[in-house]
Design a protein around this ligand. Structure first.
Ligand code: SF4
Length: 120
């Protein structure tokens, strides 16, 4: 089978033709460097994405805390990951970069903003 793909590893954005079968990459054309082949192979064999979302806060100055995974997680786990995110409640102040959930589909879920206690 053949798939057209644009490499997103650098701004050149090489257009590639990727030939694959049985979930394995067979041939890649159009990449100007080896990173393109690696990108194509990961997209065919083990596609991953950084997940960005937000979690509910209780008693903090933010109602929703923006979060993201600190590395890409398997694309096929994204729905399951969103279900887990919906159940998370942040009740203690956090700083941007703090880990909100460990072992999160092979990554950590981290805050991308700080949240403090709500002023009452
Ligand atoms: S194949 Fe190499 S040169 Fe082309 S977009 Fe990817 S990283 Fe950049």
């Amino acid at each position: 089978m053949k798939k057209e793909m644009i490499c997103i590893e650098c701004p050149k954005g090489c257009r590639m033709e990727v030939y694959y079968g049985d979930g394995k990459t067979v041939e890649v054309n159009g990449n100007m460097c080896p990173r393109g082949r690696e990108y194509a192979a990961s997209e065919i064999e083990d596609p991953r994405r950084i997940l960005t979302s937000s979690v509910l806060c209780e008693g903090l100055d933010l109602r929703m805390l923006p979060v993201r995974t600190d590395k890409p997680i398997p694309k096929q786990a994204l729905l399951q990951a969103m279900e887990r995110i919906r159940k998370i409640r942040v009740k203690e102040p956090v700083r941007a970069g703090d880990v909100i959930a460990q072992d999160f589909f092979g990554a950590n879920l981290i805050a991308t903003r700080s949240a403090t206690r709500e002023n009452v």
